[in-house]
Write a protein that binds this ligand. Structure first.
Ligand code: TRP
Length: 460
């Protein structure tokens, strides 16, 4: 079997459209919400350095592998893995790798949608001038009240989930390409404005020091695992999202160059978000390690005190919501594509089914911030002490399932698949570039993931 010409679900209009869509998937809450707060919780510079190394040595090669597998299989990850395993004369049970990814994507979306709902709610708060001249305490108490009320969170979660499912039901090619074209430049410009604010009004030097000065005594074994997990999370890797996007990619597009562009854009956005948040944190004596609320406790301060802040703030949270929107779609696309292929249902039917399930699952996250805030079921393990259901869900998905998925994708594309098949799939010549890719995916990724896992559970 060579590659099929096109997927039954359609195809991107060009390589550029794919690049935009994949960048849209990569850039999201992971960059603006998650990266700053986990960097804050894990001590700063050393954590950032590990994260950057993981992006370069694991992220980019795995992204290339996922796009290649998707384009060669031209189906949902489950069926792509099955077809490519059969092509290589191996067990069809490799399809479970696609299954693992589907479940991971589903679980991530269940909490992703809740947090995206926070951003959505903050669009209106900033627009109504709630934060004008607010103090750090005031901003903090607004956030605390907000997450304490489950009904409100449920409302915004519902709204965001409906938005996601509308785009998925219409097919990702339809609206997505257009959305991302104005979203990315808009987000970038807003971040530049905010970095400007942080330079003038924040403690910029201390912020940079925190972000870029690696103090290795501040990072734990578990912190290394979180940094690696985040490299997968932020690039949307390890669960088939990029694979399914790759399955809509026309032949004859350079996978290597595209992957590098996506990774660079994604990293830039995350670092800029960090350069905005931490100077504000230090200038206002806030805690960098205050957790998932970090951007909601810092950015409103900036917007409350800068000229035109209500306007810029509203625009910013709109852009964050859009960035989350173009990411959430890719989390559920593998499951929807699979339902359409294997159950013969329509796209609309598949989207509604998955949407409702995911929406229900989101309740666990909503309640983790209020009714079940003290429900920390794994307290008996030192490792999981004090972790709410949301914390555990996040840990299970980004720090275990995604790296595990990435590990298996690496094993598959460099050990199971025939050399000619992967080279042909990547459309690369036999040469230094191809050999480096193969070396990274064959040895570095699997070994690195294993070592980080084993160290986190203190076996080595
Ligand atoms: N990368 C996105 C972000 O940083 C989230 C995301 C979208 C994702 N699709 C994914 C994470 C697939 C892991 C796997 O916000």
């Amino acid at each position: 079997m060579g590659s099929k010409p096109v997927s039954i679900h359609g195809q991107w209009s060009s390589r550029w459209a794919f690049t935009l869509a994949a960048t849209g998937s990569a850039v999201g809450l992971g960059n603006i919400w998650k990266f700053p707060y986990i960097t804050g919780e894990n001590g700063g510079g050393a954590f950032v350095l590990v994260y950057l190394v993981c992006i370069a040595l694991i992220g980019i090669p795995i992204m290339m592998a996922e796009v290649m597998l998707g384009r060669r299989g031209r189906q949902s990850p489950v069926n792509t893995m099955k077809a490519l395993a059969l092509e290589a004369g191996q067990s069809p049970y490799w399809k479970w790798l696609g299954g693992l990814g589907m479940v991971a994507g589903f679980l991530i979306l269940s909490y992703y949608s809740v947090i995206a709902g926070w951003a959505l709610a903050y669009v209106f708060r900033t627009a109504f001038g709630v934060f004008t001249l607010a103090t750090p305490k005031g901003v903090d108490s607004i956030f605390a009240h907000f997450i304490a009320a489950p009904e409100g969170l449920l409302f915004w979660h519902t709204l965001f989930m409906v938005m996601t499912m509308i785009v998925v039901a219409r097919g990702v090619q339809g609206g997505l390409e257009k959305l991302v074209k104005f979203l990315m430049p808009g987000l970038f410009i807003m971040l530049v404005v905010l970095v400007g604010y942080a330079m003038n009004s924040g403690d910029f030097i201390q912020g940079l020091h925190f972000l870029f000065y690696p103090d290795f005594s501040k990072i734990t074994r578990n912190g290394v695992l979180i940094a690696m997990g985040h490299a997968f999370f932020t690039l949307s890797l390890g669960m088939g999202a990029i694979m399914v996007y790759g399955s809509y990619l026309p032949n004859h597009a350079s996978i290597a160059r595209t992957s590098v562009i996506i990774a660079l854009a994604d990293t830039l956005v995350a670092l800029m978000a960090g350069m905005v948040i931490f100077p504000i944190v230090f200038a206002n004596n806030l805690q960098p390690g205050s957790g998932p609320g970090l951007i909601f406790q810092t950015l409103p301060l900036a917007f409350g005190h800068m000229p035109g802040g209500a306007f810029f703030g509203t625009l910013f949270f709109i852009l964050v919501t859009f960035a989350a929107w173009s990411s959430s779609i890719s989390l559920i696309e593998p499951a929807v594509a699979w339902l359409v292929e294997n159950r013969g249902v329509s796209r609309i039917h598949a989207s509604v089914t998955m949407g409702i399930l995911c929406w229900l699952f989101g309740f666990l996250t909503i309640f983790s911030f209020n009714l079940l805030a003290n429900f920390t079921p794994l307290d008996m393990f030192e490792h999981f002490k004090g972790k709410t259901l949301f914390d555990l869900l996040d840990y299970l998905t980004s720090d275990i399932m995604l790296p595990l998925g990435g590990f298996l994708i690496a094993i598959f594309s460099a050990w199971i698949m025939k050399r000619e098949a992967s080279r042909d799939g990547l459309e690369m010549e036999e040469g230094l570039a191809y050999m480096s890719w193969r070396f990274l995916v064959r040895y570095i990724t699997p070994i690195a993931v294993m070592i980080v896992f084993l160290r986190a559970i203190e076996v080595i």
